[in-house]
Design a protein around this ligand. Structure first.
Ligand code: HEM
Length: 497
């Protein structure tokens, strides 16, 4: 942000008297932000039903918005003025063209093109891929019980499951990452996911984001160059082998190949009516005339599924198993409902949706521990919301984690009570945002929900999950990045049918 804009944004704070810590030279409010808890420091703000501000060092000032009415406007009603996320250009390598890093009309074009790949109809066709991966998960848990005492590193097994699902749904590649950790694809995918937050590049990003433009010129990006080359070559090869419109493949690469060649799929079973307000079908922009998507956009988006889908799903699954181990009464209730609704029948997209308690449990787990603790927007046009004049360029931070744990939003917020979600109509969506909200919400939400439900249902049907001597209670979370536990050990006992 240019100096003039900075002082303009600063003067908005002063005029409107928006509270927040006084910035330190160079590091801004970083000390306060890291106090006590990782997501904006609870000490910074008491109640989150409000609006506060902080300065992220040399980066522009940021408004933290927890106020429900303001959020509704920013995320939905005034979305046209807040379409972008905070992104740093030039450091993302091949991910630069992924939907998460795009802005404005370019984002709208690509999002619009790839959204149909996440429709209910397409998802149904992906069920066999998720089914296979969840069978592999159950088999590996069975081996743990047979070969040892059932004490299981849940991060490892949930991570392997999440990896298997992404490899098959994004690239159409079948791997058993638990048993084949040295598979070339797995080795590169894992390297791809390693982000060193203490590396010089991240320190520069935090303290001197204005220098980002230099990165591509000196060959720096947040992703290793060899790993990028590997994925480029694999994607090129796989796309060459694919024919547009081929119905054999149900993965995202195939769906994006169809879009690239303007071969729109018209599945009869695409359930468009099911698209609710929270699943975006943004209209294509008039200023963007290109029809299909490019190779780089396919590559960037296939790769972003690793970044956006791996750690999130692994964390959500791992945390839900942890809560089920802590609360065996909820686990029993879930097992009973699974038996009443599905019995020993195969699990399908439809019958999993009928097990209401499954959704209540995953929701409550993601309320207490949302894998993404916060999300962002950027204001692109001066906008007044509820008397607050937000200038173009101002960053908005949405403290998902704090909103979920605010006693003004949830009674006894630290307690795990799945019954809170018995009637979704009573829940204000602005108080429950694990997948964000509005036209820029999580594009993979339905896939993630199906993935979580399928794995949990199969695990709970076959095993009693319990805590053991090695279980850390409460779980410690990583200091940076997503809200992933540092370890999670549980004990599995096979249920003989
Ligand atoms: C439990 C699992 C997941 C959680 C909790 C989660 C959460 C989120 C959140 C909070 C956002 C930001 C939304 C906003 O700002 O309104 C997001 C964006 C996104 N997610 Fe997910 N996600 C999950 C799984 C997935 C999966 C499996 C995929 C891909 C297959 C995926 C792909 C994306 C993408 C591409 C975006 C960026 C969308 C855009 O900017 O247009 N996510 N996710």
């Amino acid at each position: 942000m240019a100096g003039a804009d900075l002082s303009r944004a600063g003067s908005v704070y002063i005029k409107l008297n928006i509270p927040g810590p006084a910035p330190w030279p160079i590091i801004g409010s970083l000390v306060e932000l890291n106090k006590k808890d990782r997501h904006h420091g609870r000490s910074l703000i008491g109640s989150w039903n409000s609006i506060k501000r902080y300065y992220g060092g040399m980066s522009p000032q940021t408004l933290i918005v927890g106020d429900k009415e303001m959020l509704r406007k920013i995320l939905v009603k005034e979305f046209a003025n807040f379409p972008d996320k905070i992104t740093l250009k030039g450091i993302n390598g091949d991910l630069e063209t992924s939907v998460i890093n795009l802005r404005g009309d370019h984002w709208r074009h690509v999002r619009n093109k790839i959204t149909p790949a996440f429709s209910v109809g397409k998802l149904r066709k992906m069920v066999p891929l998720v089914d296979l991966a969840s069978d592999t998960l159950v088999e590996s848990l069975r081996r743990k019980v047979k070969d040892g005492d059932g004490v299981t590193d849940m991060l490892e097994v949930c991570g392997a499951y999440s990896m298997d699902v992404i490899c098959s749904t994004a690239f159409g590649i079948q791997v058993d990452s638990q048993n084949n950790p040295n598979d070339e694809f797995i080795v590169h995918a894992k390297k791809f996911l390693i982000l060193d937050f203490y590396s010089p590049i991240f320190l520069i990003l935090m303290f001197l984001p204005a220098l980002c433009w230099l990165m591509p010129h000196i060959g720096w990006s947040i992703i290793d160059n060899d790993v990028q080359l590997f994925f480029r070559q694999v994607t090129t090869k796989l796309l060459k082998e694919r024919v547009a419109g081929d119905k054999k493949h149900a993965d995202f690469l195939q769906l994006m190949k169809n879009v690239q060649q303007n071969h729109e799929d018209s599945d009869e079973d695409d359930d468009r009516d099911n698209d609710d307000e929270n699943v975006s079908r943004s209209k294509p922009p008039t200023s963007w005339s290109r029809k299909g998507i490019t190779f780089d956009e396919i590559l960037g988006n296939a790769e972003i599924f690793f970044f956006a889908g791996y750690e999130t799903t692994k964390t959500a699954l791992c945390m839900t198993c942890y809560y089920l181990a802590l609360y065996p009464e909820y686990q029993d209730k879930l097992r009973q409902e699974l038996s009443d609704v599905i019995g020993s029948n195969p699990m399908t997209y439809e019958n999993l949706r009928q097990v209401k308690y499954l959704e209540m449990i995953t929701n409550e787990s993601m309320r207490i521990n949302p894998p993404f603790g916060r999300t962002t927007r950027v204001c692109v046009r001066d906008t007044e919301i509820n008397g607050v004049k937000i200038p173009a360029g101002m960053q908005i931070s949405i403290p998902i984690y704090n909103i979920h744990l605010d006693p003004d939003n949830w009674e006894d917020p630290e307690k795990f009570i799945p019954e809170r979600f018995a009637d979704m109509d009573t829940i204000d969506p602005m108080t429950f945002l694990p997948f964000g909200y509005g036209p820029r919400n999580c594009i993979g939400m339905r896939l993630a929900e199906m993935e979580l439900k399928m794995a949990l249902a199969k695990v709970v049907r076959s095993f009693q999950i319990s805590v053991c001597g090695e279980t850390e209670i409460p779980l410690d979370l990583k200091k940076l990045g997503m809200m992933t536990p540092t370890s999670s050990t549980l004990k599995m006992l096979e249920i003989k049918s």
